[in-house]
Design a protein around this ligand. Structure first.
Ligand code: APR
Length: 239
């Protein structure tokens, strides 16, 4: 029988970008940048009040220009490069819609979509755009001439992206690392238990213990920008 190939899956959430200056979702009195989630992050909200939702996401898209990747994003890029050099499988999955992983040089599966991308609500054409950032002007679709693109964000009630690829990586993983997520939003919150079930070593970094933490997990409390670089060095010893 051949030995199982070493295989890492890393899942990140809002906490990894908190040290770059982007607000997390939970912890602000249940409000996200002053809004209830259902007023800005559901398909119903987009149908009911597209101007409010558009404005909200235009502000988030603008905010990307004011922040930079931090040591945690960069550490994961280094980890991926070392894994590639050692023929270790590596999959980075994020719930974040910011572009800090890619700006740090990582390839990443954005399971909840991306602020940097717009999608036609009629023909599904995708456009990468961080230029047209006016708050009250929709971006029209160049493919089908529909009057407005929507943010390419997976809203509550919609199906996250890349679930098949993520499931395949999880079922093969020997190491699973969760960084900066509260572990309450599914399906991402369930990845930790899938990894445990396949016998992976599970490591969790967050400021507060997440909802889905289990005594079998190796919990590292602290800021991602301080914890992740050391964790990467440790993992590289182990691979
Ligand atoms: N370093 C590490 N962890 C941090 C830091 C930090 N500097 N700051 C905050 N955290 C931790 C918090 O302790 C918390 O556990 O990050 C987590 C942030 O949790 P949430 O705000 O709930 O973010 P997340 O888990 O990514 O949210 C999941 O919810 O609304 C949706 O779609 C949205 O993708 C998002 C999903």
């Amino acid at each position: 029988m051949s030995a199982q190939r070493t295989s890492l899956v890393v899942l990140t959430g809002a906490g990894i970008s908190a040290d770059s200056g982007l607000a997390t979702f939970r912890g602000g009195g249940g409000l996200w940048e002053g809004h209830r989630v259902e007023d800005v992050a559901t398909p119903q909200a987009w149908r009911r009040d597209p101007a409010l939702v558009w404005r909200f996401y235009q502000l988030r898209r603008r905010a990307l220009g004011t922040v930079e990747p931090n040591a945690a994003h960069r550490g994961l890029t280094e980890l991926a490069a070392e894994c590639a050099a050692r023929d270790v499988a590596f999959t980075l999955v994020t719930q974040n819609v910011d572009d800090l992983h890619e700006r740090a040089g990582s390839a990443v599966l954005h399971m909840h979509g991306e602020l940097a991308q717009l999608r036609c609500e009629r023909c599904d054409a995708l456009v990468r755009d961080l230029e047209r950032l006016e708050l009250d002007v929709y971006v029209p679709c160049a493919s089908c001439s529909h009057a407005r693109l929507r943010p390419d964000i997976v809203w509550f009630g919609e199906m996250p992206y890349f679930l098949d690829a993520i499931d395949e990586a999880l079922r093969a993983c020997t190491h699973f690392v969760s960084i900066g997520t509260s572990g309450v939003v599914y399906p991402a919150a369930g990845f930790l238990s899938v990894a445990r079930d396949v016998g992976a070593r599970t490591i969790v970094n967050s400021l507060d213990p997440p909802e889905n933490l289990d005594p079998r997990d190796d919990f590292r409390a602290g800021r991602a920008s301080e914890v992740v670089p050391g964790l990467v060095a440790e993992l590289l010893q182990d691979l």
